[in-house]
Design a protein around this ligand. Structure first.
Ligand code: ARG
Length: 460
């Protein structure tokens, strides 16, 4: 049983189990800097509104700063229930009853909305930076391997040859969209809710725009009920993170496949691989596997918050305290994954001979043979059928298209001439796709140049 901190209305102290159940201090303590920052801004606004004298405001602010120092130095003893009450309680212990004036014209409802927005804004910036560094590593590997040809796949079956650079730059496009989405989410997070009070707004003359400016917000929220009950920005962040992890998971899957003996396309550095406790020969791509696995918890966090919010009547409900752990866990997971992926990519060895070798079987140039006939006036559907028969012929005889003589080709269509040999060369196939966004080296080099410039410039 503990003495009630927040109310004189109760005759009984709260049951110990209720205190335990209610408490969020174990996880929301990470908001302390922003909670204190918000309280300092609120104190200044109270002074400007003439609720506090200059001297009172100064004493509260120096008290808050002292509490912050205590927390930063690890001396602070966190007590239930949450970071807001913990800071206020300690402030009052330090400066006396004056501490009780801090919460004038404010509720924990607008306070917590402010703290989470401040924290998330800070974290989005950090994530965008880590994403940028990760994208730089993707571009670096793409640049280093310009000219390496590999099979492109559909249905995980060899389909058409592509440049490895082209394949990697596909990830660059995905992660660039993720960066844009984070910036977009930042816009919605960048609204200052203080002044919304419990839900109906504050009766004090708090200059909300000045508070917003002081705290570095682009604007203020326009409806006090929405100000305390909106968690869209957090849901948006979680969905953006989920999409980003989906991309990272797809890349992970390819790294895992490519590092297998079946593919042998890459070798991860020893520093980014792990061994087996029993099989001495093993070199496992644990980092990629874990990133793929952790994608599950990030999806889970998104679904958790969507589910918390779905049935809530306006305005604040205690359910909303459940926004924090999914948010914090996602932030930690995304940051951890991005941090380890950049050096892992940069240190992996690309086995370009194995990639090139893999383009030799699987008839990756079959479409080119059909396109050859199209150029001679054969309708594509007919050409498709003819080349299908050629492929079947080759499979039966254990041959590739390159092995066939002109006479053999002619047996399938009189339109085939001696130049079919050149038309089915793998290099020719790749470089024939000069269309914007295609895999021809001219196109890939152009996009690579842009990507390098974007990375250098630091733009998304
Ligand atoms: N710890 C609470 C949360 O995270 C703070 C807001 C509490 N508000 C309230 N009316 N009980 O949501």
């Amino acid at each position: 049983m503990t003495k009630k901190l927040l109310s004189g209305r109760f005759k009984k102290t709260t049951h110990r189990l209720v205190d335990e159940f209610n408490a969020s201090i174990s996880f929301d303590k990470r908001l302390y800097k922003f909670d204190i920052l918000g309280s300092i801004a609120h104190t200044r606004a109270l002074q400007r509104a003439r609720v506090l004298t200059k001297n009172e405001a100064a004493r509260i602010i120096s008290g808050l700063k002292a509490v912050e120092r205590e927390i930063t130095s690890g001396k602070f003893r966190f007590t239930p229930e949450d970071i807001h009450t913990a800071v206020e309680k300690r402030l009052t212990e330090k400066i006396g009853p004056l501490g009780g004036k801090l919460h004038t014209g404010r509720s924990r409802n607008d306070q917590v909305a402010l703290d989470v927005r401040l924290y998330l804004k800070d974290q989005i910036r950090e994530i965008v930076w880590l994403l940028h560094k990760f994208k730089a590593s993707v571009v670096e590997v793409a640049d280093k391997n310009l000219g390496v040809i590999m099979p492109g796949y559909t249905h995980l079956q060899r389909a058409q040859p592509v440049y490895l650079t082209h394949h990697l730059l596909a990830y660059y496009e995905m992660f660039t969209r993720d960066t844009e989405r984070f910036f977009d989410c930042l816009k919605r997070t960048d609204a200052m809710p203080l002044g919304s009070g419990a839900l109906a707004g504050s009766p004090y003359n708090l200059d909300r725009r000045v508070i917003a400016m002081e705290l570095g917000f682009a604007r203020i929220t326009d409806n006090s009920i929405d100000g305390v009950s909106d968690r869209d920005f957090a849901v948006e962040f979680l969905s953006t993170a989920a999409i980003m992890m989906m991309h990272l998971s797809r890349l992970s899957e390819e790294i895992i496949l490519w590092a297998s003996q079946e593919f042998g396309f890459i070798e991860l550095s020893d520093a980014f691989s792990t061994g087996s406790s029993i099989m001495p020969q093993k070199k496992n791509p644990d980092v990629a596997e874990l990133a793929r696995g952790k994608t599950g918890r990030v999806y889970g966090n998104l679904v958790a918050l969507l589910t918390v919010m779905k049935g809530l009547p306006l305005a604040y409900n205690k359910d909303m305290q459940e926004d924090k752990e999914p948010l914090f866990d996602t932030i930690d997971t995304v940051k951890g994954a991005l941090r380890v992926f950049a050096p892992m990519l940069k240190t992996m060895k690309v086995n370009k001979d194995a990639m090139r070798e893999a383009t030799k079987s699987g008839f990756l140039n079959a479409t080119d043979a059909a396109d050859y006939l199209v150029k001679k006036g054969v309708p594509f559907r007919d050409a498709h059928g003819v080349v299908g028969a050629v492929v079947a012929h080759c499979i039966n005889r254990g041959k590739t298209l390159e092995d066939l003589t002109t006479v053999e080709w002619k047996g399938f269509s009189k339109e085939f001439g001696p130049d079919i040999k050149g038309a089915v060369r793998i290099e020719r196939s790749v470089n024939s796709r000069k269309i914007h966004g295609g895999t021809a080296v001219t196109e890939v080099a152009k996009r690579l140049k842009d990507a390098k410039a974007e990375i250098k410039k630091g733009c998304c």
